[in-house]
Design a binder for this molecule. Structure first.
Ligand code: SAH
Ligand code: SF4
Length: 480
């Protein structure tokens, strides 16, 4: 999400004629996007900003912009502490970002015209589709598409709602057009983003899609067969096409046959965009994980066989105190239904160790569920106290030492389970989207490396056979 925000914020700069550089010494402008989810992320941003004092001193004409969630949380102190920052633009100002940078840049770059690159947004103040999305900052084959901003939850540990505000949805048509434009620019994979992405509701569902004419031809995209497969034969890793609704397809004039209302509809509509070869979404919330969504995922061959579904804790008592709004029973049932609809789907999750009040038994329940549900990987976090959150005021804070130990024990189990799951990939044939000439991602979200004598084109897709597995990393050989 942070990378997607950074792409969005760099878009007006690129439209003004700036180019991306990896070298700070060459840069006339540095734009820093900051995260504040955990204290550690914020500390890293602060130290990075501190190190830029010399860069700015070397040439005071240079511009330093600090944006994002940590900027939102610490606006005033940031400006006081680092007076050399030209612009602090918190996460809530992302919609006005173009105007803000126009102001910040026009004094020093006289060629900047105020209106250039501004978003003319009829879309509830959220960015409309853009004909020219910023090329993927992570790699050329991947297009991030923001579906919504903010979050209506108030998980007790989390600072996000206070720095990003409440949920605001983009219109489905803007999301679909962004996806189409990313494909035009060469993206093979679309990642739909939102804090609780599956709570999506199309704000203009009823008026936006006109009924298409009766005789309009509707075609469904077919899966491109792997090398060695006959036309029409589908690789084992790709689910056969079942009930994808062809009416949830939007033509170039924005016409469709059926209104796009919820996230499942949106997923089908983006899956129906010609040229989208892979589709993912992040982060879904278990509370909104409907049977319809599972059916949609299983029905759309372009939806990748991987899901990241944050769990946070294996203890119902802790989940309740976190205000997550689901139980482990409900979570297990989602996983069971998913696995029966998409056999072999890989699963990743987030777990927090050391939430206030977490007993040894609660923590054990987290260890047990990681083993029981056989996650392919879990991102494990040490509980980080965020000022102003409900958890910060809770009495039973866990000592740093215990949090550290629990985190290490959790990592151990996650690594063990992860290695077992990765070993099962040996000998499989996989489609890989290349991020660099030698590294890429499989559809089921494994990092795949090529053997030393082989190279691939970043942004392209090819099939590999998995010859070796090193911890959780897969080593592949290109199939001819
Ligand atoms: N909206 C997503 C999560 C966004 S934050 C969701 O609800 O699933 C990403 C992850 O950071 C969370 O899933 C959580 O595991 C972790 N996290 C958030 N706040 C944290 C905190 N205060 N301490 C430790 N981990 C935290
Ligand atoms: Fe934070 Fe919870 Fe919202 Fe996720 S759902 S962003 S964890 S408040």
């Amino acid at each position: 999400m942070n990378v997607a925000d950074l792409e969005e914020m760099s878009r007006p700069l690129i439209q003004k004629g700036f180019h991306l550089t990896n070298n700070a010494d060459d840069a006339e402008v540095i734009l820093i996007n900051t995260c504040t989810v955990r204290q550690h992320a914020e500390d890293k941003a602060i130290s990075f900003i501190g190190n830029l004092k010399a860069w700015k001193k070397e040439n005071p004409q240079r511009i330093l912009i600090v944006a994002g969630c940590a900027a939102e949380r610490t606006k005033d102190s940031l400006q006081r502490r680092f007076p050399f920052i030209d612009l602090v633009a918190g996460a809530k100002s992302i919609e006005n970002f173009t105007q803000l940078i126009n102001e910040a840049l026009k004094e020093k770059f006289s060629w900047i015209n105020d209106n250039q690159g501004a978003w003319d947004s009829p879309d509830f103040n959220l960015p409309p589709a853009t004909d020219n999305p910023t090329p993927g900052l992570s790699h050329p084959g991947l297009g991030y598409v923001t579906t919504m901003r903010g979050c209506n939850y108030s998980c007790a540990y989390c600072i996000v709602p206070s720095v990003r505000g409440r949920e605001l949805y983009r219109s489905a048509i803007a999301i679909i057009n962004d996806s189409k434009n990313h494909v035009k620019q060469g993206a093979k994979e679309i990642m739909l983003l939102g804090q609780t992405v599956n709570s999506y509701k199309n704000p203009v569902a009823s008026c936006e899609l006109r009924v298409a004419s009766q005789n309009k031809n509707v075609t469904i995209q077919s899966v491109i067969p792997a090398p060695g497969l006959r036309q029409g034969q589908v690789a084992a890793e790709i689910q056969p096409h079942r009930n994808l609704d062809p009416r949830l397809r939007v033509d170039d004039e924005g016409r469709g046959q059926k209104p796009i209302e919820d996230f499942s509809d949106l997923l089908q509509a983006v899956a129906n965009v010609p040229g989208v070869r892979r589709l993912r979404f992040m982060s879904p919330h278990p509370h909104y994980f409907s049977g319809k969504l599972i059916e949609t995922m299983a029905s759309a061959p372009v939806v990748c066989e991987h899901l990241h579904l944050p769990l946070q804790s294996g203890s119902d008592r802790i989940l309740k105190s976190m205000r997550r709004n689901y139980t482990t029973k409900e979570y297990r049932s989602i996983i069971k239904n998913l696995r029966s609809a998409m056999p072999g789907i890989s699963l990743t999750t987030d777990i927090v160790a050391g939430f206030p009040g977490e007993t040894e038994d609660d923590f054990k329940a987290s260890l047990d569920i990681v083993e029981e549900l056989e996650f392919n990987f879990a991102y494990c976090f040490k509980f980080s106290l965020r000022e102003g959150t409900e958890a910060a005021g809770m009495e039973e804070q866990i000592s740093e030492e215990i949090i550290k130990k629990r985190h290490a024990r959790l990592l151990e189990i996650v690594e063990k389970t992860g290695k077992q799951k990765a070993r099962a990939m040996l000998g499989q044939k996989m489609e890989v989207l290349w991020e660099t000439p030698m590294e890429g991602k499989s559809r089921n979200f494994y990092n795949v490396s090529l053997s030393r004598d082989q190279r691939a084109e970043p942004g392209s897709v090819s099939w590999v056979s998995i010859d070796a597995v090193k911890n959780r990393k897969l080593l592949g050989r290109l199939m001819s």
